[in-house]
Design a protein around this ligand. Sequence first.
Ligand code: AMP
Length: 276
Amino acid sequence: MEIIRHKSELEIALNIERGKNHSIGFVPTMGALHLGHLSLIEQSKKYCSVTICSIFVNPTQFNDPKDLERYPRPIEKDIALLEHAGCDILFLPEVNEMYTTDESWKINLGYLETVLEGAQRPGHFQGVTQIVKKLFDAVKPDKAFFGQKDYQQVMVVKELVRQYAMPVQIIACPIVRERDGLAMSSRNIHLSIEERKAAGLLSKALQLVQERYKKDSSSIEAASGLLKTNPLIQMEYLTVCDADTLQPINQSTQSAVALLAARVGVTRLIDNMLLD
Ligand code: AMP
């Protein structure tokens, strides 16, 4: 695997691949890789001739400086995992490679930025779109692979691509879970043993909504009740929305998704499940 730290070198390496008519698959990450990330690499390898992964802990998407500071950065382990997964190129830029000091451009995400993660983490999706735009401009991938784990993020990235008419196909991949159902996340390593046990309840709550939603109007209350049984869990939201728009459910809703965010101890986790 080639490790590239500068956009100029990346352009040279990728132009060589394009010259051979090779398709480029891209997996943007913030590192601390787990099987969820590696499933995206696997998908990219399946559909594209060359797979490039980026590791960049993007400062502009953290609205809590403490969260940014304590974000895990096990780079040597990540490199070994990517080598083993057969990734072709790792793009590993420093912050000053990606940002100038006076950057303040924004994109109008409309409704998408006013709900759920947008409402709970002001500015988060502006940071996400800034870095994804910069990475897409640098990599110019044919396909980019994102996890359904960050459900709203996939919608935001699709909106970015639509507004800038970027020639990239966004592919959403299924959530990879631990044995007890907990969605894999780089933040899970912050959980104590007790918190880790408690965190298993998050996916149980979503499962409960999934099983009962169609026949029982109180399924969300029941799932919230389940989360409240553990004092280590503090729910931020648990809701069902239109899966295509994240608008409240109405008569024209074709498919629905249950989404939740909760703190387990001080660690903030998100998860979701499609209901159809
Ligand atoms: P992150 O490093 O957290 O920014 O995540 C990088 C990519 O991996 C994003 O597209 C995430 O949605 C995806 N991802 C994170 N966790 C999982 C998971 N458990 N299953 C599938 N994809 C995931």
